[in-house]
Design a protein around this ligand. Structure first.
Ligand SMILES: [Zn+2]
Length: 132
């Protein structure tokens, strides 16, 4: 029995226990807005393992957002030829605001995936569920 690689499960947003069932319904950037499934459709692992569990994903998403905003700030600095004065303030504000807005569906998804895969000691990978 071949194990599903963990990195594949993380990128594809699969269940941390079986790495087969989808954590989300809908698309990250699509007309079907993404929602977190109540439980895995493959192995029945509950995703929100206790009430308010996804509040913890907020801290993950905060860290992701900070990294993204700092990167966008540096990218703006280098792409604008090192402009950093009062007149370029709105350029930075605009780029960082729009960038954060565009990346928010990605942060929503991957903050929960990271929480479930790396920061949830109660949920472990079980190879016996990793089969069709
Ligand atoms: Zn599962």
């Amino acid at each position: 029995m071949k194990k599903t690689p963990k990195l594949y499960a993380i990128i594809k947003g699969k269940c941390p226990q079986c790495r087969r069932g989808a954590i989300f319904t809908g698309n990250m950037y699509g007309f079907n807005i993404q929602r977190t499934n109540y439980s895995c459709l493959h192995c029945a692992q509950r995703f929100e393992i206790e009430p308010g569990y996804f509040y913890a994903a907020m801290y993950v998403s905060y860290a992701m957002n900070m990294i993204e905003m700092i990167s966008m700030g540096f990218a703006t600095y280098y792409l604008s030829g090192g402009r950093l004065d009062f007149d370029s303030l709105w350029l930075y504000v605009g780029v960082i605001f729009l960038g954060s807005l565009l990346l928010s569906p990605l942060n929503y998804r991957y903050s929960r995936v990271i929480l479930l895969h790396w920061l949830s000691p109660k949920i472990k990978y079980k190879a016996e569920y990793d089969k069709a």
